[in-house]
Design a protein around this ligand. Structure first.
Ligand code: GUN
Length: 294
């Protein structure tokens, strides 16, 4: 079997177009443009790249962005006080504090300081708690997990009763993806570094979401024929033949797994573009929530 490609870049493009149209309609109706504030603490090069791509994507769909940078030495109080001032700013509908934060800062307290109506990353403990509870709904779903589910829906509109395996249990991806799969009535297994006989557990998956951050860890013979494979990993591996000296690969050995799976996301061009598209969608939603309050 040769897998079909779940093209995140193309799907993200459609979502961005829808967001751009909705923003234009808001503006034509005399409503304010949605606004996203980004908070970058320190100078982690990957975080700088992510934040600037988020700001660029905002500009392309007509969302205003307000970039805030604090030095790596910023105190807990400085970061929280910036967040509180953004909570009060009516031009700001969404607040995104780029993670990871420098290690002296208490991430949970910073995330808790964000007003839940502006929590477009969905990482506030209240939003995550609601995601985990039956009969409750978060105001926002974290962007990468939402992007994974959106892609799955393109090929598997009904996940009910399927075996889903999530590789990785991070706060940003693995755990919220697993919660979303449970909400979609899949039977969910979360694997991690202590899982025994990982290949045989992964082989049970009708749907596999790999989010461990280990280059090409999932091999072809780990995957059930016909499975749908979503690869969240973005890992650099040395490659002297490339101008930058490296190339990007996922957590899945693409060439091998593509021989076995029915659908697979590429890296790059799979989940990555969906994260940003979901952030734009969440920011638009935050602006709509704010309309109701004016
Ligand atoms: N770091 C890695 N992914 C994310 C994300 O989706 N949001 C934020 N705020 N930080 C991240």
């Amino acid at each position: 079997m040769t897998a079909q490609i779940l093209d995140g870049k193309a799907v993200a493009e459609q979502v961005r177009k829808q967001v751009a149209e909705a923003v234009a309609a808001r503006v034509a109706a005399g409503k304010p443009r949605p606004g996203l504030a980004t908070v970058l603490v320190g100078d982690n090069p990957a975080s700088q790249v992510y934040v600037s791509s988020k700001q660029k994507a905002c500009a392309e769909v007509g969302i205003e962005s307000f970039g805030h940078k604090l030095p790596a030495t910023a105190t807990q109080e400085e970061v929280e006080s910036l967040v509180r001032s953004l909570n009060e700013d009516p031009r700001v509908n969404g607040i995104l504090v780029q993670l990871p934060l420098p290690s002296h800062l208490i991430e949970e307290d910073v995330l808790k300081a964000i007003s839940i109506e502006k929590d477009v990353d969905g990482f506030h403990p209240m939003n995550i708690g609601r995601l985990a509870q039956k009969g409750r709904d978060p105001l926002f779903i974290p962007c990468t997990p939402a992007g994974v589910m959106y892609l799955l829906e393109q090929t598997l509109p009904k996940l009910e009763g399927l075996n889903a395996v999530v590789l990785g249990r991070s706060n940003i991806v693995g755990m919220p993806v697993a919660l979303l799969l449970v909400r979609a009535n899949a039977t969910v297994t979360i694997c991690h570094s202590r899982t025994k006989d990982l290949p045989s557990v992964v082989r049970q998956a009708d749907v596999l979401v790999a989010a461990v951050g280990k280059a090409e860890m999932v091999r072809g013979d780990w995957v059930k024929p016909g499975a749908v494979v979503v690869d969240v990993g973005i890992n650099r591996v040395d490659d002297p033949s490339k101008p930058r000296g490296y190339r990007l690969v996922g957590d899945v050995a693409y060439d091998e797994v593509a021989q076995v799976a029915s659908w697979i996301t590429p890296v790059p061009g799979g989940v990555g573009p969906m994260t940003i598209a979901m952030l734009l969608q969440n920011t638009l939603r935050a602006a709509e929530l704010a309309d109701g309050k004016m």
